[in-house]
Design a protein around this ligand. Structure first.
Ligand code: FE
Ligand code: FE
Ligand code: ZN
Length: 301
């Protein structure tokens, strides 16, 4: 009956690695999750401990979490569009692919990057070059290029740009797309008419390429090019439009991942709490909770 695949961003810590990520996801009532293999803003990574991975896989099996729905997000210090960092980009993305493969995860989300003044055409060429150096005939993970908001000189803000990147990659059966609802709103796509957006995606890229959906509301209006996520129903996309995406009949088998902001404690203004357990509840009930922020604070205090 309920084959909704829903989860959120969770942490991956050096002490218990994937076991900790699974436990966090379960605490939110999720049946999938996404994580960074280390801090997204630096290159420090702990070696993957296979015995911990094995224990985590057992825990997932007991709780009906399918590893094929689990997602890793590549660190955003990789900017494949900027050739000034070419060697670093290639080396680090290769290592990241290896780490993801050793965990058995099959989806790696990657930001296409920012052209930093080089221009769209050169930026796209650079992205293709990095992908061709990292995706080999025996690569067993799909690189999911994320749709971007268009902040600064970001690329991947139109379906056409993503299609151009995919077309340039040799083993492009391993290049997929991660659609982020906040990002496409900020890029100018109208989520009030999601069927039209999906049609456009299908015509330009092909729906079979859609491998992951990031479900976020947006603090900003359509076309703002800002990229600031908001809790579900508290932003400019709105709860009903997000429910429409989550339960869309053409997207049932695609994992939906929440990356909405933590809720800040009213009193101390220092602590903040994950919203995911309560947002997943709203999603399963298909009912907006206008007391969401208070409920979250009360639960975690
Ligand atoms: Fe992202
Ligand atoms: Fe995202
Ligand atoms: Zn974002």
């Amino acid at each position: 009956m309920n084959n909704l695949i829903i989860g959120s961003h969770v942490s991956f810590k050096s002490d218990d690695q994937l076991i900790g990520s699974v436990k966090e996801a379960l605490s939110y009532g999720a049946n999938t999750f996404m994580f960074y293999t280390g801090a997204p803003q630096n290159t420090k990574r702990v070696p993957i401990d296979d015995s911990k991975t094995y224990e985590a896989l057992m825990l997932m099996k007991e709780n009906n979490i399918d590893l094929r729905n689990v997602v890793v997000h590549a660190p955003y210090i990789i900017n494949p569009a900027n050739s000034a960092n070419r060697e670093f980009n290639i080396e680090f993305l290769r290592q990241e692919i290896e780490r993801v493969e050793s965990l058995g995860v099959t989806k790696l989300v990657l930001h296409p990057g920012s052209h930093v003044g080089l221009g769209e055409e050169v930026g796209i060429k650079n992205i293709i070059d990095v992908l061709n150096c990292c995706i080999l005939s025996d690569t067993s993970v799909d690189i999911c290029l994320e749709t971007m908001a268009g902040k600064g000189s970001e690329l991947g803000i139109t379906f056409k740009q993503l299609k151009d990147i995919i077309d340039g990659v040799e083993y492009n059966d391993k290049v997929k797309v991660c659609l982020d609802t906040c990002h496409i709103n900020d890029a100018g796509y109208d989520l009030n008419d999601f069927d039209k957006v999906l049609d456009e995606f299908d015509n330009i890229i092909g729906l079979e390429k859609l491998a992951c959906i990031h479900v976020n509301d947006s603090k900003n209006i359509k076309g703002s090019h800002k990229d600031r996520h908001e809790n579900l129903g508290y932003g400019n996309i709105g709860f009903d439009n997000l429910i429409n995406v989550i339960y869309h009949p053409q997207l049932v088998n695609i994992p939906k991942i929440l990356e909405t902001p933590y809720v800040v404690d009213n009193d101390t203004n220092k602590k903040s709490y994950p919203p995911y357990k309560f947002e997943i509840d709203m999603i399963r009930n298909k009912k907006f909770n206008n007391n969401l922020l208070e409920d979250i604070r009360n639960y975690y205090v």
